[in-house]
Design a protein around this ligand. Structure first.
Ligand code: KIV
Length: 281
Protein backbone atom coordinates (compact mmCIF):
# COMPACT_ATOMS: atom_id res chain seq x y z
CA UNK A 1 0.00 0.00 0.00
CA UNK A 2 1.31 3.44 -0.76
CA UNK A 3 0.06 6.77 0.50
CA UNK A 4 0.00 8.51 -2.85
CA UNK A 5 -2.89 10.85 -3.42
CA UNK A 6 -3.76 13.33 -6.14
CA UNK A 7 -5.12 16.18 -4.05
CA UNK A 8 -5.45 16.66 -0.31
CA UNK A 9 -8.47 14.73 0.92
CA UNK A 10 -10.90 16.36 3.28
CA UNK A 11 -10.31 14.71 6.62
CA UNK A 12 -12.86 14.90 9.34
CA UNK A 13 -11.30 14.89 12.77
CA UNK A 14 -14.30 13.46 14.57
CA UNK A 15 -17.58 11.92 13.53
CA UNK A 16 -19.32 12.11 16.87
CA UNK A 17 -20.53 15.70 16.93
CA UNK A 18 -24.26 16.25 17.40
CA UNK A 19 -25.57 18.38 14.52
CA UNK A 20 -26.91 21.86 15.32
CA UNK A 21 -30.64 22.16 14.61
CA UNK A 22 -33.14 25.00 14.78
CA UNK A 23 -34.13 23.64 18.21
CA UNK A 24 -30.55 23.87 19.46
CA UNK A 25 -30.28 27.45 18.14
CA UNK A 26 -33.51 28.40 19.94
CA UNK A 27 -32.24 26.71 23.13
CA UNK A 28 -29.01 28.71 22.85
CA UNK A 29 -31.04 31.94 22.81
CA UNK A 30 -33.01 30.80 25.85
CA UNK A 31 -29.88 29.85 27.77
CA UNK A 32 -27.91 32.95 26.74
CA UNK A 33 -25.27 31.07 24.73
CA UNK A 34 -24.14 33.19 21.77
CA UNK A 35 -24.50 31.67 18.29
CA UNK A 36 -21.20 31.89 16.37
CA UNK A 37 -21.78 32.04 12.61
CA UNK A 38 -19.64 32.46 9.51
CA UNK A 39 -20.07 32.32 5.76
CA UNK A 40 -18.42 29.59 3.66
CA UNK A 41 -18.44 28.87 -0.05
CA UNK A 42 -16.53 25.60 -0.51
CA UNK A 43 -15.95 22.23 1.16
CA UNK A 44 -12.41 22.83 2.45
CA UNK A 45 -13.23 26.09 4.22
CA UNK A 46 -16.57 24.68 5.41
CA UNK A 47 -14.70 21.81 7.07
CA UNK A 48 -12.41 24.13 9.05
CA UNK A 49 -15.25 26.51 9.93
CA UNK A 50 -17.09 23.46 11.30
CA UNK A 51 -13.99 22.15 13.05
CA UNK A 52 -13.40 25.63 14.50
CA UNK A 53 -16.75 25.43 16.30
CA UNK A 54 -19.08 27.66 14.26
CA UNK A 55 -22.70 26.79 15.07
CA UNK A 56 -24.14 28.11 11.83
CA UNK A 57 -22.67 28.40 8.33
CA UNK A 58 -24.20 30.65 5.69
CA UNK A 59 -23.70 30.20 1.97
CA UNK A 60 -24.22 33.91 1.43
CA UNK A 61 -24.83 35.71 -1.81
CA UNK A 62 -21.75 37.66 -0.68
CA UNK A 63 -20.11 34.99 -2.84
CA UNK A 64 -20.92 37.27 -5.77
CA UNK A 65 -18.54 39.81 -4.27
CA UNK A 66 -15.81 37.73 -2.60
CA UNK A 67 -15.69 34.82 -5.06
CA UNK A 68 -16.83 36.40 -8.33
CA UNK A 69 -15.54 39.93 -7.78
CA UNK A 70 -18.81 41.76 -8.47
CA UNK A 71 -19.40 45.03 -6.63
CA UNK A 72 -22.83 43.90 -5.36
CA UNK A 73 -24.71 40.65 -4.64
CA UNK A 74 -27.32 41.36 -7.34
CA UNK A 75 -25.82 39.17 -10.14
CA UNK A 76 -25.85 35.96 -8.04
CA UNK A 77 -28.17 33.19 -9.33
CA UNK A 78 -29.98 30.26 -7.71
CA UNK A 79 -27.78 27.83 -9.66
CA UNK A 80 -24.63 29.44 -8.26
CA UNK A 81 -25.96 29.24 -4.69
CA UNK A 82 -26.84 25.56 -5.21
CA UNK A 83 -23.37 24.79 -6.60
CA UNK A 84 -21.64 26.39 -3.58
CA UNK A 85 -24.14 24.92 -1.10
CA UNK A 86 -23.43 21.39 -2.34
CA UNK A 87 -19.71 22.01 -1.80
CA UNK A 88 -20.20 23.50 1.67
CA UNK A 89 -22.54 20.69 2.71
CA UNK A 90 -19.82 18.19 1.83
CA UNK A 91 -17.49 19.86 4.35
CA UNK A 92 -19.92 20.15 7.26
CA UNK A 93 -20.57 17.76 10.10
CA UNK A 94 -22.04 19.79 12.93
CA UNK A 95 -22.96 23.31 11.83
CA UNK A 96 -26.45 24.37 10.75
CA UNK A 97 -26.55 25.19 7.01
CA UNK A 98 -28.30 28.43 6.06
CA UNK A 99 -28.36 29.61 2.43
CA UNK A 100 -29.28 32.85 0.74
CA UNK A 101 -32.14 33.18 -1.70
CA UNK A 102 -30.56 35.44 -4.32
CA UNK A 103 -31.94 38.63 -5.86
CA UNK A 104 -35.38 38.18 -7.49
CA UNK A 105 -35.55 34.47 -6.66
CA UNK A 106 -38.46 35.22 -4.27
CA UNK A 107 -40.19 38.05 -6.14
CA UNK A 108 -43.52 36.35 -5.42
CA UNK A 109 -44.46 33.58 -3.02
CA UNK A 110 -44.77 30.88 -5.71
CA UNK A 111 -41.33 31.65 -7.10
CA UNK A 112 -40.02 31.69 -3.53
CA UNK A 113 -41.40 28.20 -2.83
CA UNK A 114 -40.03 26.80 -6.10
CA UNK A 115 -36.54 28.19 -5.48
CA UNK A 116 -36.49 27.39 -1.75
CA UNK A 117 -37.39 23.80 -2.66
CA UNK A 118 -34.42 23.65 -5.05
CA UNK A 119 -32.08 25.08 -2.40
CA UNK A 120 -33.21 22.44 0.09
CA UNK A 121 -33.48 19.44 -2.25
CA UNK A 122 -30.49 20.07 -4.54
CA UNK A 123 -28.33 22.09 -2.15
CA UNK A 124 -29.36 20.22 1.02
CA UNK A 125 -29.78 23.51 2.89
CA UNK A 126 -31.40 23.44 6.33
CA UNK A 127 -32.91 26.92 6.03
CA UNK A 128 -33.24 29.70 3.46
CA UNK A 129 -32.64 33.40 4.06
CA UNK A 130 -34.44 36.21 2.28
CA UNK A 131 -34.11 39.97 2.51
CA UNK A 132 -36.84 42.47 3.31
CA UNK A 133 -39.27 43.56 6.01
CA UNK A 134 -43.04 43.93 5.99
CA UNK A 135 -43.27 43.26 2.26
CA UNK A 136 -41.91 39.73 2.78
CA UNK A 137 -44.33 38.77 5.56
CA UNK A 138 -46.76 36.91 3.22
CA UNK A 139 -43.87 35.07 1.52
CA UNK A 140 -42.33 34.06 4.86
CA UNK A 141 -45.76 32.81 5.97
CA UNK A 142 -46.28 30.89 2.73
CA UNK A 143 -42.89 29.16 3.00
CA UNK A 144 -43.15 28.47 6.74
CA UNK A 145 -46.64 26.94 6.42
CA UNK A 146 -45.23 24.53 3.83
CA UNK A 147 -42.34 23.44 6.03
CA UNK A 148 -39.54 25.63 4.71
CA UNK A 149 -37.46 27.05 7.58
CA UNK A 150 -36.84 30.76 6.98
CA UNK A 151 -34.39 33.37 8.20
CA UNK A 152 -35.60 36.94 7.60
CA UNK A 153 -32.81 39.44 6.84
CA UNK A 154 -33.63 43.06 7.79
CA UNK A 155 -31.74 46.31 8.39
CA UNK A 156 -29.26 46.82 5.57
CA UNK A 157 -30.44 44.51 2.80
CA UNK A 158 -27.64 44.46 0.19
CA UNK A 159 -29.86 43.14 -2.63
CA UNK A 160 -31.65 46.53 -2.50
CA UNK A 161 -28.39 48.46 -2.94
CA UNK A 162 -29.38 50.15 -6.20
CA UNK A 163 -32.72 51.16 -4.70
CA UNK A 164 -31.12 52.44 -1.47
CA UNK A 165 -28.31 54.29 -3.29
CA UNK A 166 -25.47 52.56 -1.45
CA UNK A 167 -24.67 50.48 1.61
CA UNK A 168 -25.88 52.57 4.58
CA UNK A 169 -26.58 51.97 8.27
CA UNK A 170 -30.34 51.52 8.77
CA UNK A 171 -32.70 52.36 11.63
CA UNK A 172 -30.89 55.42 12.99
CA UNK A 173 -34.02 57.58 13.15
CA UNK A 174 -36.57 56.78 15.85
CA UNK A 175 -39.40 56.08 13.38
CA UNK A 176 -37.21 53.73 11.30
CA UNK A 177 -36.08 51.89 14.44
CA UNK A 178 -39.69 51.44 15.59
CA UNK A 179 -40.67 50.18 12.13
CA UNK A 180 -37.81 47.64 12.23
CA UNK A 181 -38.93 46.26 15.58
CA UNK A 182 -42.50 46.01 14.26
CA UNK A 183 -41.32 44.25 11.08
CA UNK A 184 -39.17 41.79 13.04
CA UNK A 185 -42.21 40.80 15.13
CA UNK A 186 -44.42 40.44 12.04
CA UNK A 187 -41.81 38.22 10.37
CA UNK A 188 -41.51 36.08 13.50
CA UNK A 189 -45.29 35.79 13.76
CA UNK A 190 -45.45 34.78 10.09
CA UNK A 191 -43.09 31.89 10.85
CA UNK A 192 -39.49 33.16 10.55
CA UNK A 193 -37.23 30.98 12.72
CA UNK A 194 -34.28 33.42 12.77
CA UNK A 195 -34.05 37.17 12.17
CA UNK A 196 -30.74 38.46 10.82
CA UNK A 197 -29.97 42.14 11.41
CA UNK A 198 -27.37 43.92 9.31
CA UNK A 199 -25.82 47.34 9.99
CA UNK A 200 -28.16 48.82 12.57
CA UNK A 201 -27.35 50.78 15.74
CA UNK A 202 -26.59 48.53 18.72
CA UNK A 203 -29.68 49.92 20.50
CA UNK A 204 -31.86 48.59 17.65
CA UNK A 205 -30.09 45.20 17.71
CA UNK A 206 -30.84 45.01 21.44
CA UNK A 207 -34.48 46.11 21.13
CA UNK A 208 -35.24 43.62 18.33
CA UNK A 209 -33.51 40.79 20.21
CA UNK A 210 -35.51 41.52 23.36
CA UNK A 211 -38.77 41.74 21.41
CA UNK A 212 -38.39 38.31 19.74
CA UNK A 213 -38.60 34.70 20.92
CA UNK A 214 -36.61 33.47 17.91
CA UNK A 215 -32.84 34.05 17.77
CA UNK A 216 -31.36 37.16 16.18
CA UNK A 217 -28.02 37.05 14.39
CA UNK A 218 -26.24 40.33 13.89
CA UNK A 219 -23.63 41.67 11.51
CA UNK A 220 -22.80 45.21 12.58
CA UNK A 221 -25.86 45.08 14.86
CA UNK A 222 -24.19 45.29 18.27
CA UNK A 223 -23.27 42.89 21.08
CA UNK A 224 -26.80 42.11 22.29
CA UNK A 225 -27.92 40.00 19.32
CA UNK A 226 -28.24 36.29 20.12
CA UNK A 227 -25.48 35.51 17.63
CA UNK A 228 -22.97 37.10 15.30
CA UNK A 229 -22.04 36.44 11.70
CA UNK A 230 -19.14 37.65 9.55
CA UNK A 231 -17.92 36.97 6.04
CA UNK A 232 -15.18 34.32 6.36
CA UNK A 233 -12.82 36.16 4.01
CA UNK A 234 -12.99 39.25 6.26
CA UNK A 235 -11.92 37.37 9.39
CA UNK A 236 -9.16 35.59 7.43
CA UNK A 237 -8.04 38.92 5.95
CA UNK A 238 -8.29 37.52 2.42
CA UNK A 239 -10.19 40.40 0.84
CA UNK A 240 -8.07 43.29 -0.39
CA UNK A 241 -9.68 46.72 -0.15
CA UNK A 242 -11.92 48.67 2.22
CA UNK A 243 -13.21 46.58 5.11
CA UNK A 244 -16.56 47.16 6.79
CA UNK A 245 -16.47 48.65 10.30
CA UNK A 246 -17.71 45.40 11.87
CA UNK A 247 -15.00 43.22 10.26
CA UNK A 248 -12.13 41.96 12.41
CA UNK A 249 -8.94 40.30 11.21
CA UNK A 250 -8.53 37.12 13.27
CA UNK A 251 -5.41 36.05 11.38
CA UNK A 252 -3.57 38.57 13.54
CA UNK A 253 -2.12 36.50 16.37
CA UNK A 254 -3.20 33.17 14.82
CA UNK A 255 -0.87 30.63 13.24
CA UNK A 256 -3.37 29.37 10.65
CA UNK A 257 -6.97 29.59 9.45
CA UNK A 258 -8.30 27.05 11.97
CA UNK A 259 -6.82 29.01 14.89
CA UNK A 260 -8.27 32.26 13.50
CA UNK A 261 -11.74 30.69 13.26
CA UNK A 262 -11.45 29.24 16.79
CA UNK A 263 -10.45 32.64 18.08
CA UNK A 264 -13.49 34.28 16.39
CA UNK A 265 -15.82 31.60 17.82
CA UNK A 266 -14.33 32.05 21.32
CA UNK A 267 -14.72 35.84 21.14
CA UNK A 268 -18.37 35.56 20.00
CA UNK A 269 -19.11 33.05 22.78
CA UNK A 270 -17.43 35.19 25.46
CA UNK A 271 -18.93 38.46 24.19
CA UNK A 272 -15.48 39.96 23.42
CA UNK A 273 -16.63 40.36 19.79
CA UNK A 274 -18.12 42.73 18.76
CA UNK A 275 -16.28 45.49 20.63
CA UNK A 276 -17.44 49.11 20.51
CA UNK A 277 -15.26 49.82 17.45
CA UNK A 278 -17.23 47.20 15.45
CA UNK A 279 -20.64 48.67 16.30
CA UNK A 280 -22.83 51.54 15.08
CA UNK A 281 -24.63 54.12 17.21
O1 KIV B 1 -24.41 37.21 1.92
C1 KIV B 1 -23.94 37.22 3.07
O2 KIV B 1 -22.82 36.80 3.30
C2 KIV B 1 -24.79 37.78 4.12
C3 KIV B 1 -24.21 38.28 5.41
C4 KIV B 1 -25.24 38.49 6.44
C5 KIV B 1 -23.01 37.76 5.96
O3 KIV B 1 -25.97 37.85 3.94
Amino acid sequence: MNNLTTYTHLQRKSDDKKPVTISSLKKMKKEGEKIASLTAYDASFAAIVDEGGADLVLVGDSLGMVINGHSTTVPVTVDQIIYHTQAVKAGLQRAFLLVDMPFMSYADKHMALKNATRLMQEGLAHMVKLEGGELQVPTVGYLAERGVPVCAHIGLTPQYVHKMGGFKVQGREEAAAKQMIKEAKLLQDAGADIVLLECVPSSVGKAVTEALDVPTIGIGAGPDCDGQILVLYDILDVTIGRKPRFAKNYMQGSGNCLEAIQSYVNEVKSGAYPAAEHCFT
